[in-house]
Ligand binder design. Sequence first.
Ligand SMILES: O=P(O)(O)OC[C@@]1(O)O[C@H](CO)[C@@H](O)[C@@H]1O
Length: 336
Amino acid sequence: MIYTMTLNPALDYVMHPLTLDMGFTNRSSSEELHCGGNGINVSSLLNELDVPNIAMGIAGGFTGDYLLRRLQEKGIASNFVCLDRGNTRINVKLNGIVMTMVNGMGPKIAPKKVDELLDRMDVVTSGDILVLTGSIPSSLPSDIYTQIMRKLGGRGIQFVVDAPGQLLMDSLEAHPFLIKPNNHEVGRIFDVTIESPEECAPYAHKLHEAGARNVIISCGAHGSLLLDENGVEHIVPTAHVRLVNATGAGDSMVAGFLAQVTQGVDYETALIFASACGTATAASKGIAHRERIDRVVSALYKKMGRAIPGTIARDIEANKARVAAEDSGESSEGDK
Ligand SMILES: O=P(O)(O)OC[C@@]1(O)O[C@H](CO)[C@@H](O)[C@@H]1O
Protein backbone atom coordinates (compact mmCIF):
# COMPACT_ATOMS: atom_id res chain seq x y z
CA MET A 1 0.00 0.00 0.00
CA ILE A 2 1.13 3.55 -0.70
CA TYR A 3 0.51 6.06 2.11
CA THR A 4 0.85 9.80 1.59
CA MET A 5 1.37 12.20 4.48
CA THR A 6 0.08 15.78 4.33
CA LEU A 7 0.81 17.58 7.59
CA ASN A 8 -0.34 20.94 6.25
CA PRO A 9 -3.08 20.29 3.68
CA ALA A 10 -4.88 23.13 1.95
CA LEU A 11 -7.80 24.12 -0.17
CA ASP A 12 -6.17 25.62 -3.23
CA TYR A 13 -8.25 28.62 -4.31
CA VAL A 14 -7.18 29.38 -7.88
CA MET A 15 -8.11 32.82 -9.20
CA HIS A 16 -7.55 34.13 -12.69
CA PRO A 17 -6.99 37.87 -12.23
CA LEU A 18 -6.87 39.97 -15.38
CA THR A 19 -4.79 42.60 -13.59
CA LEU A 20 -2.67 42.54 -10.47
CA ASP A 21 -2.28 46.12 -9.29
CA MET A 22 -1.02 46.29 -5.71
CA GLY A 23 -3.14 48.60 -3.55
CA PHE A 24 -6.22 48.35 -5.84
CA THR A 25 -9.19 46.02 -6.18
CA ASN A 26 -8.44 43.47 -8.87
CA ARG A 27 -11.10 41.23 -10.46
CA SER A 28 -10.78 37.60 -11.29
CA SER A 29 -12.31 36.19 -14.48
CA SER A 30 -13.02 32.78 -12.89
CA GLU A 31 -12.18 30.76 -9.80
CA GLU A 32 -11.66 27.12 -8.86
CA LEU A 33 -11.32 25.32 -5.55
CA HIS A 34 -9.18 22.17 -5.34
CA CYS A 35 -8.12 19.86 -2.54
CA GLY A 36 -4.43 20.53 -2.11
CA GLY A 37 -1.28 19.95 -0.18
CA ASN A 38 1.45 17.87 -1.74
CA GLY A 39 0.56 14.46 -0.29
CA ILE A 40 -3.09 14.90 -1.21
CA ASN A 41 -2.06 15.77 -4.76
CA VAL A 42 0.02 12.58 -4.92
CA SER A 43 -2.99 10.60 -3.67
CA SER A 44 -5.33 12.30 -6.16
CA LEU A 45 -3.17 11.32 -9.12
CA LEU A 46 -2.63 7.77 -7.84
CA ASN A 47 -6.40 7.55 -7.53
CA GLU A 48 -6.80 8.63 -11.18
CA LEU A 49 -4.50 5.75 -12.09
CA ASP A 50 -6.44 3.31 -9.86
CA VAL A 51 -3.39 2.73 -7.65
CA PRO A 52 -4.55 1.87 -4.11
CA ASN A 53 -3.35 4.46 -1.59
CA ILE A 54 -4.33 6.09 1.67
CA ALA A 55 -3.95 9.82 2.35
CA MET A 56 -2.89 10.58 5.92
CA GLY A 57 -2.44 13.91 7.66
CA ILE A 58 -3.98 16.51 9.93
CA ALA A 59 -7.09 18.54 9.09
CA GLY A 60 -9.29 20.96 11.00
CA GLY A 61 -12.34 23.22 10.98
CA PHE A 62 -14.87 23.81 8.21
CA THR A 63 -12.17 23.81 5.55
CA GLY A 64 -10.85 20.50 6.88
CA ASP A 65 -14.38 19.03 6.85
CA TYR A 66 -14.83 20.12 3.23
CA LEU A 67 -11.45 18.68 2.26
CA LEU A 68 -12.19 15.29 3.84
CA ARG A 69 -15.66 15.19 2.32
CA ARG A 70 -14.25 15.91 -1.16
CA LEU A 71 -11.62 13.18 -0.73
CA GLN A 72 -14.39 10.75 0.18
CA GLU A 73 -16.51 11.84 -2.81
CA LYS A 74 -13.55 11.28 -5.10
CA GLY A 75 -13.03 7.80 -3.64
CA ILE A 76 -9.66 8.63 -2.04
CA ALA A 77 -9.19 6.63 1.16
CA SER A 78 -8.02 8.83 4.03
CA ASN A 79 -6.87 8.58 7.62
CA PHE A 80 -6.66 12.11 9.04
CA VAL A 81 -6.28 13.32 12.61
CA CYS A 82 -8.94 16.02 13.13
CA LEU A 83 -8.11 19.12 15.14
CA ASP A 84 -10.38 20.37 17.94
CA ARG A 85 -9.76 23.98 16.87
CA GLY A 86 -8.26 25.82 13.92
CA ASN A 87 -8.95 25.58 10.20
CA THR A 88 -7.08 23.82 7.43
CA ARG A 89 -5.53 26.66 5.40
CA ILE A 90 -6.72 28.12 2.10
CA ASN A 91 -3.83 28.73 -0.31
CA VAL A 92 -4.45 31.41 -2.89
CA LYS A 93 -3.03 30.83 -6.36
CA LEU A 94 -3.20 33.89 -8.59
CA ASN A 95 -3.00 32.49 -12.06
CA GLY A 96 -2.39 35.64 -14.10
CA ILE A 97 0.29 36.38 -16.66
CA VAL A 98 2.78 35.34 -14.00
CA MET A 99 1.68 32.73 -11.45
CA THR A 100 1.73 34.12 -7.91
CA MET A 101 0.96 32.06 -4.82
CA VAL A 102 0.15 32.99 -1.25
CA ASN A 103 0.25 29.90 0.96
CA GLY A 104 -1.25 30.05 4.43
CA MET A 105 0.66 29.15 7.58
CA GLY A 106 -1.84 26.52 8.65
CA PRO A 107 -3.48 25.90 12.04
CA LYS A 108 -1.69 25.43 15.36
CA ILE A 109 -1.41 21.75 16.16
CA ALA A 110 -1.51 20.59 19.77
CA PRO A 111 1.22 18.08 20.82
CA LYS A 112 -1.45 15.44 21.64
CA LYS A 113 -2.58 15.55 17.98
CA VAL A 114 0.98 14.91 16.85
CA ASP A 115 1.13 11.91 19.21
CA GLU A 116 -2.19 10.68 17.78
CA LEU A 117 -0.78 10.94 14.27
CA LEU A 118 2.42 9.10 15.22
CA ASP A 119 0.30 6.32 16.80
CA ARG A 120 -1.82 6.04 13.66
CA MET A 121 1.33 5.64 11.59
CA ASP A 122 1.66 2.09 12.91
CA VAL A 123 -0.71 1.08 10.08
CA VAL A 124 2.25 1.52 7.72
CA THR A 125 4.07 -1.80 7.63
CA SER A 126 6.59 -3.89 5.76
CA GLY A 127 6.40 -3.56 1.97
CA ASP A 128 4.48 -0.26 2.16
CA ILE A 129 5.60 3.07 0.72
CA LEU A 130 5.26 6.27 2.74
CA VAL A 131 5.37 9.58 0.87
CA LEU A 132 6.42 12.50 3.08
CA THR A 133 5.92 15.73 1.25
CA GLY A 134 5.05 19.39 1.72
CA SER A 135 5.71 22.02 4.33
CA ILE A 136 5.54 21.41 8.05
CA PRO A 137 3.21 23.69 10.05
CA SER A 138 5.24 26.00 12.30
CA SER A 139 3.74 24.51 15.48
CA LEU A 140 5.19 21.07 14.66
CA PRO A 141 8.80 20.15 15.35
CA SER A 142 10.85 20.93 12.25
CA ASP A 143 12.36 17.42 12.38
CA ILE A 144 8.97 15.67 12.31
CA TYR A 145 9.78 13.86 9.03
CA THR A 146 12.98 12.50 10.53
CA GLN A 147 11.08 11.53 13.69
CA ILE A 148 8.53 9.62 11.59
CA MET A 149 11.23 7.85 9.57
CA ARG A 150 13.17 6.92 12.74
CA LYS A 151 9.98 5.56 14.34
CA LEU A 152 9.14 3.45 11.28
CA GLY A 153 12.74 2.61 10.35
CA GLY A 154 13.77 -1.05 10.21
CA ARG A 155 10.23 -2.20 9.33
CA GLY A 156 10.86 -2.65 5.61
CA ILE A 157 9.01 0.55 4.66
CA GLN A 158 10.22 2.59 1.67
CA PHE A 159 10.23 6.35 2.15
CA VAL A 160 9.69 8.98 -0.52
CA VAL A 161 10.61 12.54 0.43
CA ASP A 162 9.77 15.69 -1.51
CA ALA A 163 10.60 18.59 0.79
CA PRO A 164 12.66 21.74 0.53
CA GLY A 165 16.21 22.46 1.72
CA GLN A 166 17.34 21.19 5.09
CA LEU A 167 14.24 19.00 5.50
CA LEU A 168 15.29 17.08 2.41
CA MET A 169 18.94 16.89 3.43
CA ASP A 170 18.01 15.67 6.94
CA SER A 171 15.88 12.90 5.43
CA LEU A 172 18.83 11.34 3.61
CA GLU A 173 20.05 9.51 6.74
CA ALA A 174 16.98 7.25 6.32
CA HIS A 175 18.10 6.30 2.76
CA PRO A 176 14.78 7.23 1.13
CA PHE A 177 13.78 5.17 -1.88
CA LEU A 178 13.09 8.38 -3.81
CA ILE A 179 13.60 12.10 -3.47
CA LYS A 180 12.27 14.57 -6.06
CA PRO A 181 13.48 18.14 -5.72
CA ASN A 182 13.28 20.51 -8.70
CA ASN A 183 16.26 22.31 -10.22
CA HIS A 184 15.60 25.49 -8.19
CA GLU A 185 15.49 23.58 -4.90
CA VAL A 186 18.72 21.75 -5.76
CA GLY A 187 20.25 25.10 -6.78
CA ARG A 188 19.38 26.56 -3.37
CA ILE A 189 20.84 23.54 -1.51
CA PHE A 190 24.17 23.72 -3.37
CA ASP A 191 24.16 27.51 -3.96
CA VAL A 192 24.29 27.21 -7.76
CA THR A 193 22.05 28.14 -10.69
CA ILE A 194 21.08 25.11 -12.77
CA GLU A 195 18.51 24.88 -15.57
CA SER A 196 18.89 21.66 -17.53
CA PRO A 197 18.77 18.00 -16.46
CA GLU A 198 22.37 17.63 -17.68
CA GLU A 199 23.52 20.42 -15.35
CA CYS A 200 21.70 18.71 -12.46
CA ALA A 201 23.62 15.43 -12.83
CA PRO A 202 26.60 16.23 -10.54
CA TYR A 203 24.22 17.34 -7.77
CA ALA A 204 22.07 14.22 -8.18
CA HIS A 205 25.26 12.19 -7.58
CA LYS A 206 25.97 14.17 -4.40
CA LEU A 207 22.41 13.51 -3.12
CA HIS A 208 22.83 9.84 -4.02
CA GLU A 209 26.14 9.63 -2.14
CA ALA A 210 24.49 11.34 0.85
CA GLY A 211 21.90 8.55 1.09
CA ALA A 212 19.06 8.90 -1.46
CA ARG A 213 18.53 5.72 -3.49
CA ASN A 214 16.74 7.24 -6.49
CA VAL A 215 16.97 10.95 -7.25
CA ILE A 216 14.61 12.67 -9.70
CA ILE A 217 15.33 16.33 -10.43
CA SER A 218 12.59 18.02 -12.45
CA CYS A 219 13.55 21.03 -14.56
CA GLY A 220 10.17 22.31 -15.79
CA ALA A 221 9.99 22.55 -19.58
CA HIS A 222 13.67 21.48 -19.84
CA GLY A 223 12.78 17.90 -18.87
CA SER A 224 13.93 15.80 -15.94
CA LEU A 225 16.79 13.65 -14.71
CA LEU A 226 16.67 10.39 -12.79
CA LEU A 227 19.81 9.04 -11.17
CA ASP A 228 18.67 5.56 -10.29
CA GLU A 229 19.79 3.39 -7.40
CA ASN A 230 22.23 1.57 -9.69
CA GLY A 231 23.98 4.84 -10.50
CA VAL A 232 22.51 5.04 -14.03
CA GLU A 233 21.44 8.49 -15.30
CA HIS A 234 18.23 8.83 -17.36
CA ILE A 235 17.15 12.09 -18.97
CA VAL A 236 13.71 12.64 -20.51
CA PRO A 237 12.29 15.70 -22.27
CA THR A 238 8.89 17.24 -21.56
CA ALA A 239 5.92 16.98 -23.91
CA HIS A 240 4.81 20.34 -25.26
CA VAL A 241 1.49 21.54 -23.77
CA ARG A 242 -0.21 24.85 -23.03
CA LEU A 243 0.53 25.70 -19.39
CA VAL A 244 -2.69 26.05 -17.41
CA ASN A 245 -1.61 25.66 -13.78
CA ALA A 246 1.69 24.22 -12.56
CA THR A 247 0.40 23.59 -9.01
CA GLY A 248 0.77 19.90 -8.21
CA ALA A 249 2.88 19.07 -11.28
CA GLY A 250 5.82 17.88 -9.15
CA ASP A 251 3.48 15.81 -6.95
CA SER A 252 2.01 14.24 -10.09
CA MET A 253 5.51 13.20 -11.16
CA VAL A 254 6.05 11.45 -7.83
CA ALA A 255 2.72 9.66 -8.19
CA GLY A 256 3.37 8.64 -11.80
CA PHE A 257 6.80 7.24 -10.93
CA LEU A 258 5.44 5.24 -7.98
CA ALA A 259 2.51 3.96 -10.03
CA GLN A 260 4.97 2.39 -12.48
CA VAL A 261 7.75 1.13 -10.19
CA THR A 262 5.25 -0.61 -7.92
CA GLN A 263 4.23 -2.62 -10.99
CA GLY A 264 7.85 -3.66 -11.54
CA VAL A 265 8.38 -1.37 -14.53
CA ASP A 266 11.99 -0.32 -15.31
CA TYR A 267 13.21 3.04 -14.04
CA GLU A 268 13.49 4.76 -17.43
CA THR A 269 9.91 3.89 -18.38
CA ALA A 270 8.75 5.03 -14.93
CA LEU A 271 10.53 8.38 -15.41
CA ILE A 272 8.92 8.93 -18.82
CA PHE A 273 5.50 8.17 -17.34
CA ALA A 274 6.26 10.45 -14.36
CA SER A 275 7.22 13.28 -16.69
CA ALA A 276 3.97 12.83 -18.63
CA CYS A 277 1.92 12.92 -15.40
CA GLY A 278 3.61 16.18 -14.32
CA THR A 279 3.04 17.75 -17.73
CA ALA A 280 -0.57 16.57 -17.83
CA THR A 281 -1.25 18.30 -14.51
CA ALA A 282 0.51 21.48 -15.68
CA ALA A 283 -1.93 21.46 -18.63
CA SER A 284 -4.99 20.94 -16.37
CA LYS A 285 -7.11 22.83 -13.90
CA GLY A 286 -6.16 20.86 -10.79
CA ILE A 287 -4.62 17.39 -10.84
CA ALA A 288 -4.73 15.75 -14.29
CA HIS A 289 -7.40 13.28 -15.25
CA ARG A 290 -6.54 9.92 -16.71
CA GLU A 291 -7.53 10.81 -20.29
CA ARG A 292 -5.12 13.76 -20.42
CA ILE A 293 -2.32 11.69 -18.87
CA ASP A 294 -2.79 9.08 -21.60
CA ARG A 295 -2.73 11.76 -24.32
CA VAL A 296 0.47 13.30 -22.92
CA VAL A 297 2.14 9.87 -22.57
CA SER A 298 1.43 9.24 -26.27
CA ALA A 299 2.70 12.71 -27.25
CA LEU A 300 5.89 12.28 -25.22
CA TYR A 301 6.75 8.90 -26.75
CA LYS A 302 6.09 10.39 -30.20
CA LYS A 303 8.40 13.33 -29.42
CA MET A 304 11.08 10.87 -28.29
CA GLY A 305 10.61 8.80 -31.45
CA ARG A 306 9.92 5.67 -29.43
CA ALA A 307 7.09 3.13 -29.32
CA ILE A 308 4.92 3.11 -26.19
CA PRO A 309 5.88 0.03 -24.11
CA GLY A 310 3.34 -2.79 -24.21
CA THR A 311 2.07 -2.55 -20.62
CA ILE A 312 1.43 1.20 -20.86
CA ALA A 313 -0.12 0.91 -24.35
CA ARG A 314 -2.47 -1.80 -23.05
CA ASP A 315 -3.47 0.40 -20.08
CA ILE A 316 -4.23 3.29 -22.44
CA GLU A 317 -6.40 1.05 -24.66
CA ALA A 318 -8.19 -0.44 -21.63
CA ASN A 319 -8.93 3.04 -20.32
CA LYS A 320 -10.24 4.21 -23.72
CA ALA A 321 -12.53 1.16 -23.83
CA ARG A 322 -13.75 1.88 -20.28
CA VAL A 323 -14.54 5.52 -21.13
CA ALA A 324 -16.32 4.49 -24.35
CA ALA A 325 -18.39 1.92 -22.41
CA GLU A 326 -19.28 4.52 -19.78
CA ASP A 327 -20.21 7.04 -22.49
CA SER A 328 -22.45 4.57 -24.31
CA GLY A 329 -24.00 3.56 -20.94
CA GLU A 330 -24.71 7.22 -20.25
CA SER A 331 -26.26 7.82 -23.67
CA SER A 332 -28.50 4.73 -23.41
CA GLU A 333 -29.52 5.88 -19.90
CA GLY A 334 -30.36 9.20 -21.49
CA ASP A 335 -32.48 7.49 -24.19
CA LYS A 336 -34.77 5.91 -21.60
O1 LIG B 1 2.98 25.44 1.59
P1 LIG B 1 3.54 24.14 1.08
O2 LIG B 1 3.12 22.97 1.92
O3 LIG B 1 5.01 24.18 0.82
O4 LIG B 1 2.91 23.91 -0.38
C1 LIG B 1 1.54 23.71 -0.49
C2 LIG B 1 1.14 23.75 -1.94
O5 LIG B 1 1.50 24.98 -2.58
O6 LIG B 1 1.80 22.71 -2.62
C3 LIG B 1 0.90 22.00 -3.44
C4 LIG B 1 1.48 21.88 -4.83
O7 LIG B 1 2.57 21.05 -4.83
C5 LIG B 1 -0.41 22.79 -3.41
O8 LIG B 1 -1.50 21.95 -3.57
C6 LIG B 1 -0.35 23.49 -2.10
O9 LIG B 1 -1.13 24.66 -2.02
